[in-house]
Design a protein around this ligand. Structure first.
Ligand code: NAD
Length: 729
């Protein structure tokens, strides 16, 4: 039998090795065709008496599979949406059948009567790990990584993952792995007894066969009589220790915003009360239910499909060949410069880190090396990594060292004149085709480009702090920025493994404009007398990772004051709400500048005590009775004010592609990920409903909620952003 994606060989002992090796793909993924072929291979294996046992292997060096092709899932969503219009019940039935397809295959592997061993030679995620768990044994290479990350994109492991894992490890570990979408190292998986053996890559198949030859049972423990759950029955003293805490922990972590996570808890709880086949049916039903939630398609689209497309250069000018960036200079070795030097050096680039004096440049380098040293101390990096990073960065003061660089990234003080001088000095020595990028947060790129001899080679690359952890970069196009600069910037961002969004030059670019709205709405609430703890909790309940007041402390309240002052200087007094300016001015005068100063909206006592809201905050404004504050509406105000700002940026042409607005909002400022991002939030609700909500909030809380002209027009024709801006996407 011949397959497109597999080949199978049977040895003299009757052990077949089924090797998955998709042509024209660097990594194996599950597609409909792959599943059809697995099904045919299973038929052949069962029918062929010469085959006694099977090793399921991968032909791709260093990886087993990345999991399902989530585009297949997007296709399923689209099919469901279309079918639903005609016949809802039929659409759900077909979704249920589709959702159960992979699970049924893995159950066949498990019960076909012949033992299977998965030879995990590297990355083995999602459906692939579910397959491995359905096999009767698992061997892995030391650098193999495995896990069930589905919850991170709004779904959950619905092909038996919740049931097998919770029958193999104790309930607490199972829930932790499932709810966090945790990636397990081979060592950890072995410790949890999820893999039987860890061996070098060259011994993997031999070891897998040895397990089979040693008489591995083709019957799983849970298919035998008298099977005992690792944590004991749900209704038992042990279960009583675990389950009551699960619901509260789940709520604390998710605020019940994630249907995928909720379904995991239900699947494990209900599944453990049942025999395996009934439990798998329960899982399939919940999976079908989760696929019908608005969260699942929105999260799959933004957090998987769009993120991957943007990462692969969806916005890259097609006519420019990939640019090989070897040598990067970072000018300004401060907080951001050190972070940029770190990510560039980690990506294998040669980095020149330049500052005004050698001490500052060396300090920046030490900060960059310190990041990998901290990782090494936790066992997450090796001594060689520390040495390689230190060797890749050279601390300099002489601009002549920029002469061989392909890209210069400027991260000096946020001051027009300082930046102008740096740009001119760099331009004097740079190669004729090298690109200059500024990391400014507020100064228009077009105005800075005037100091560069060829503005076409000038661009903005706006990083977020801390640079080593934040996944987003905004690539800012000045009026004259050329395609080569865009290509180099995007190739650089790809090399350092961040996700870029391309933004047209405007005050605050994209992410900071939305973030300012978030903090500004919190100031409004404070002024109205909403209890501060309610403000913070409402934001978190709405799905934001950090409350606006805590965020403002991180950003620094004196910086907020400076931004307001700069805005008023440029756009007039009325451009800033005087009550907001008064509030931040009072806090700064009282020495409450934020976290760095040890006090802001919060107090920061010595550890181990935890930060807490400053008690004096509630005395600044007459407080409302908390029972009379509409908590749901507070949540809406936060999400709506940010989404509305995102809509404005699209209407103004600052952001041109809804995928970028969505991905940028989640990666840049943690916009409630379950919504799929700012624009998906509006589209999912429907433009008409969003406009109605804006009008209601505007009537109660002020003109910041007034819907824009484009939104009204789109509401009238019931148009979504993804429809209207599809051409750009
Ligand atoms: P920082 O003060 O920590 O570092 C600035 C560095 O630039 C200092 O080391 C300073 O010695 C150096 N420098 C000043 N003038 C110089 C010159 N003429 N030549 C060489 N080096 C010079 O500031 P930062 O927070 O790293 O910010 C740097 C830039 O990044 C600013 O434009 C800022 O707006 C932007 N930015 C900051 C953040 C953030 O969160 N801090 C986020 C995004 C962008």
């Amino acid at each position: 039998m011949t397959f497109t994606n597999f080949h199978m060989e049977t040895d003299a002992d009757g052990i077949a090795t089924l090797t998955w090796d998709m042509p024209d793909r660097s990594m194996n993924v599950f597609t409909q065709e792959v599943m059809d072929e697995i099904s045919q291979a299973l038929d052949a294996i069962v029918a062929d008496e010469a085959i006694k046992a099977v090793v399921f292997a991968s032909g791709k060096a260093g990886s087993f599979t990345g999991g399902a092709d989530l585009k297949m899932l997007s296709g399923m969503f689209a099919e469901f949406a279309a079918l639903k219009q005609q016949n809802h019940q039929q659409a759900v039935q077909s979704l249920f059948d589709n959702a159960g397809r992979m699970g049924a295959l893995w159950r066949r592997v498990e019960t076909c009567g012949k033992p299977f061993v998965a030879a995990i030679n590297g990355t083995c995620m999602g459906g692939g790990f579910e397959l491995a768990l359905a096999c009767h044994g698992r061997v892995a290479t030391p650098d193999a990584k495995m896990g069930l990350p589905e919850v991170k994109v709004g779904i959950f492991p619905g092909a038996g993952g919740t049931q097998r894992l919770s029958r193999m490890v104790d309930t607490q570990n199972a829930l932790q792995i499932l709810l966090k979408g945790e990636t397990l190292s081979a060592a950890k998986a072995q410790k949890l007894k999820l893999v039987d053996d860890v061996v070098a890559p060259e011994e993997l198949i031999t070891r897998a066969k040895a397990l089979l030859k040693a008489g591995l049972s083709p019957v799983k423990a849970w298919d035998e009589k008298g099977f005992r759950l690792p944590s004991g029955p749900v209704y038992s003293p042990a279960g009583a220790q675990v389950w009551p805490a699960v619901a509260s922990l789940y709520r604390k972590e998710t605020y019940d915003n994630y249907p995928g996570a909720r379904a995991i808890v239900k699947c494990v709880y209900e599944g453990l009360l049942l025999p395996i086949d009934a439990a798998l049916r329960v899982e399939q039903r919940y999976f079908t239910e989760v696929l019908q939630t608005p969260e699942a398609p929105a999260m799959v689209r933004s957090l998987f499909v769009s993120m991957q497309e943007l990462g692969k250069g969806a916005r890259r000018p097609a006519d420019i060949a990939p640019q090989k960036i070897r040598h990067v200079a970072v000018v300004g070795a401060g907080f951001m410069g050190a972070g940029i030097a770190y990510v560039a050096a980690k990506a294998g680039l040669k980095v020149t880190l330049l500052d005004r004096d050698l001490a500052a440049a060396e300090k920046g380098k030490a900060q960059a090396v310190g990041i990998v040293e901290a990782l090494a101390a936790k066992g997450r990096a090796k001594a060689e990594d520390v040495a390689a990073l230190a060797a890749a960065i050279s601390a300099e003061t002489d601009y002549a060292s920029l002469a061989t660089t392909d890209l210069v990234v400027e991260a000096v003080f946020e001051n027009k004149d300082v930046k102008a001088a740096v740009i001119e000095q760099a331009a004097a020595v740079m190669k004729a085709d090298a690109i200059f990028a500024s990391n400014t947060s507020t100064i228009p790129i077009t105005s800075l480009a005037k100091h560069f001899p060829d503005p076409q080679r000038f661009i903005g690359i706006h990083f977020f702090s801390p640079v080593d952890r934040m996944m987003l970069t905004e690539v800012i196009l000045g009026e004259d920025t050329g395609n080569l600069a865009l290509a180099v910037a995007l190739d650089f961002v790809r090399a350092i493994r961040k996700t870029p969004i391309v933004v047209n030059d405007t005050r605050g670019f994209y992410a900071n404009r939305c973030v300012l709205r978030y903090m500004s709405e919190a100031y409004n609430m404070l002024v109205e007398g909403v209890p501060p703890a309610m403000i913070e909790n409402a934001a978190k309940a709405a799905g934001m990772p950090v409350g606006p007041l805590a965020l403002n402390d991180e950003v620094a309240i004196d910086l907020s004051k400076k931004i307001m002052q700069a805005t008023m200087a440029d756009l007039g007094e009325k451009s800033v709400d005087s009550r907001h300016f008064q509030l931040v001015s009072d806090l700064v005068s009282a020495g409450r500048t934020g976290r760095k100063g040890g006090k802001g909206f919060y107090d920061y006592p010595e550890k181990p005590a935890r930060k807490h809201l400053w008690a004096g905050l509630k005395d600044l404004f007459p407080q409302q009775d908390p029972d009379k504050v509409d908590f749901k509406e507070l949540q809406q105000r936060f999400l709506v004010t940010m989404a509305l700002e995102a809509a404005r940026t699209m209407e103004e042409g600052v952001v041109t592609d809804p995928r970028e607005a969505d991905v940028g909002s989640i990666l840049g400022f943690g916009f409630a990920p379950y919504t799929g991002g700012t624009i998906s939030y509006i589209d999912t609700m429907g433009t008409a409903e969003f406009v109605a909500l804006c009008e209601k909030l505007a009537a109660r809380y002020g003109p910041q909620f007034k819907p824009t002209a484009l939104l009204r027009q789109m509401a009238a024709s019931d148009e979504t952003f993804y429809q209207r801006f599809a051409a750009a996407a």
